[in-house]
Write a protein that binds this ligand. Structure first.
Ligand code: HPA
Ligand code: ZN
Length: 337
């Protein structure tokens, strides 16, 4: 049976746009903007990508993001990612962006927002990739700073459909941001949060109970709490799992030890995503390929993951429908091979 990796229609629900900054673009933008990087070549950048945990990655990721300065830079970054989506049959993507990473070094919110948004709008028309934005708060910063960022974003509602929580998880529980998320929901935003990547199951419970999230980003540590697994299964709260990221950041020692198949077998609504593709060794197709071979996933598993990705998306049911129908046609064609 042919591998459905590249041709499988799917949605991506966990991608940080700043994490799609490829070393080549990092070096090119540094040159364009007259910024000196601590690396003298693309190879030197790549060689630095050896991480021990989330924090060791975040240190490099925030440093890399400094090359993003102008609206054109944000446009180029987003456009390059969307081209990857089109090439890998990612029909719909819900993209995280971190305004604090940029605004705190003097780049106006408007510049970040318009560069990204213009690329999203062009991609809808020119390459048929549908999209939405999720504004993430940096959880290592204060709740007050998150609230100020939310207020800054209010005039830009529309393409920003949800707020999320990323950056250093340990020591920064979801409860720290309860008031910010209350306000975000009152303003009409949906909510998601990174939880249970490095943090304990209790952080997943807090994200559900206090932040009232629609999805959990990562969530792989849920298996440590059977009552939590039962709750996630019963309510079909999706997990946006990022396999290559989890291995690169040492959440699992190797892909063969990843618990993705266990999560599927437990009846959880699991999706596969790339997180920070330029840093972790691949986009959606590479993540699917990695779990397929290391965990022995069948074509049926892969189709299930793709189906989950559309159902777990924030697309309204009538917009999910054509993608699910396309997937059904695809599944039928696989069965004939
Ligand atoms: N976890 C938390 N914060 C992040 C990540 C991640 O995997 N990627 C970018 N910011
Ligand atoms: Zn992430």
């Amino acid at each position: 049976m042919r591998s459905p990796l590249l041709t499988l229609p799917k949605a991506e629900l966990h991608i940080h746009i700043e994490g799609s900054l490829e070393p080549e673009m990092m070096v090119a933008l540094a040159q364009r903007n007259g910024i000196t990087l601590p690396y003298d070549s693309v190879e030197a950048v790549q060689a630095a990508y050896q991480f021990e945990n989330l924090q060791s990655f975040l240190d490099l990721y925030y440093a890399g993001a400094q090359v993003l300065q102008t609206e054109q830079d944000f446009y180029d970054l987003t456009w390059a990612y969307l081209q990857k989506c089109a090439a890998q049959q990612v029909r719909h993507t819900e993209i995280f962006f971190d305004p604090q990473t940029h605004c705190d070094r003097g780049i106006p919110f408007e510049v970040v927002h318009s560069g990204i948004t213009q690329a999203l709008l062009d991609a809808r028309v020119q390459i048929g990739v549908s999209s939405a934005l999720i504004l993430c708060f940096l959880r290592h910063l204060s709740a007050e700073a998150a609230m100020a960022t939310l207020e800054q974003a209010l005039p830009y509602r529309g393409i920003i459909i949800a707020v999320g929580l990323d950056s250093s998880e340990l020591g920064h529980p979801p409860s720290k941001f309860q008031a910010v998320f209350d306000r975000a929901r009152a303003e009409g935003f949906l909510t998601v949060a990174h939880a249970g990547e490095e943090g304990p199951p209790e952080y997943i419970w807090e994200a559900i109970r206090l932040l009232k999230v629609s999805r959990i980003d990562h969530g792989v540590r849920c298996v440590e709490d059977p009552a939590l697994v039962e709750y996630l299964v019963e309510h079909q709260i999706p997990l946006t799992v990022c396999p290559l990221s989890n291995v690169k950041l040492c959440v699992f020692d190797e892909m063969a030890q990843h618990n993705l198949k266990q999560l599927i077998d437990l009846g959880l609504c699991v999706t596969v995503n790339s997180d920070d593709p330029a840093y972790f060794g691949g986009y959606m197709a590479e993540n699917f390929a990695a779990v397929e071979s290391a965990l022995g996933l069948t074509p049926e598993h892969l189709v299930q993951l793709a189906e989950n990705s559309f159902k777990a998306s924030f697309l309204p049911p009538e917009k999910q429908k054509p993608y699910l129908e396309e997937l059904l046609t695809y599944k039928t064609s696989l069965e004939k091979i």
